[in-house]
Design a binder for this molecule. Structure first.
Ligand SMILES: Nc1ncnc2c1ncn2[C@@H]1O[C@H](COP(=O)(O)OP(=O)(O)OP(=O)(O)O)[C@@H](O)[C@H]1O
Ligand SMILES: [Mg+2]
Length: 250
């Protein structure tokens, strides 16, 4: 079977600076790939290229066997790629249900016009409710998103992704800003994306214990280059990784 995602020689230059340089890696269906590296290593930039927010300066991206290097973010979303951002990005003035229903409507392939298509609208509402319940947010569905705690907002973002029916999920530091006691529950939710929902997951995270507990393989970026992409055991044992990253942070 073809990889879910493969990138070849992927590079990003901004104003003469090499932000990413010659990244080549592939991710299997239903795999969880951890991405680590020091601040400024290029992790978010890689997600920006994968989701189409920034154009690649060089190289190719294939998803589901098709080249998407020049596809728009919208086209990639339609093809099944979804991402969360380093800072939470939900609509604070809308209810949880409205936040998730918008994603469900898009996934069901119809417009935001409620009056025109009541039946499809109700299907989107059902899908949204199901996603919220799976994330343990069913009771709060009519609350406005702005009233949620930081941890619950992260859950809401994952409910949105589930409702969008994406297959490839890019999570950029999902634990950022969470209090320590909320981390294990979110780890289990993220684990369930692969184990229960059979998604392919790329996760950028600074918490090493989170990455080690979730990832099938780990990619290490340093100054825009991919140092290694291998099993957690091999990554930890790699001398270059230890020198460049682990040595400084563990
Ligand atoms: N739009 C941009 N214009 C100029 N430089 C940028 C831009 N986006 C990113 N960079 C630079 O690219 C490098 C990589 O940034 P990036 O945000 O991808 O790192 P990161 O690995 O996600 O870091 P962090 O762990 O802090 O989130 C940094 O030096 C950053 O300053
Ligand atoms: Mg980042």
């Amino acid at each position: 079977m073809a990889s879910a995602l493969s990138v070849s020689d992927l590079s990003l230059n901004i104003g003469g600076a090499k932000i990413l340089d010659g990244i080549t890696l592939s991710v299997d269906h239903n795999e969880t790939l951890g991405i680590i590296g020091p601040n400024g290593a290029g992790k978010t930039s890689l997600f920006n290229l994968l989701s189409g927010l920034l154009p690649a300066s060089r190289g190719t991206i294939h998803y589901g066997g098709r080249e998407i290097t020049n596809s728009t973010p919208y086209q990639r979303g339609r093809a099944g790629i979804a991402r969360t951002f380093q800072t939470s990005s939900v609509f604070n003035n809308l209810t949880l249900l409205e936040n998730v229903r918008i994603a469900a409507q898009a996934a069901l392939g119809h417009s935001m016009n409620i009056t025109k298509n009541a039946y499809k609208f109700s299907k989107a509402v059902d899908l949204a409710k199901e996603s919220l319940q799976q994330l343990g947010l069913g009771k709060e569905m009519h609350h406005i998103a702005g009233s949620l705690s930081h941890g619950d907002k992260r859950r809401l973002e994952i409910a949105i992704i589930l409702a969008s029916q994406a297959d490839l999920i890019l999570l950029d530091e999902p634990m950022a800003g969470l209090s320590v006691e909320n981390v294990p529950a979110l780890v289990e939710i993220i684990r369930s994306l692969a184990t229960v929902h059979k998604k392919t997951v790329l996760i950028v995270e600074h918490h090493m214990e989170v990455i080690l507990g979730l990832a099938d393989r780990i990619a290490v970026l340093n100054y825009g280059e991919l140092i290694i992409c291998d099993t957690p055991e091999k990554v930890i044992a790699n001398p270059t990784v230890q020198a460049a990253y682990l040595g400084a942070s563990l």
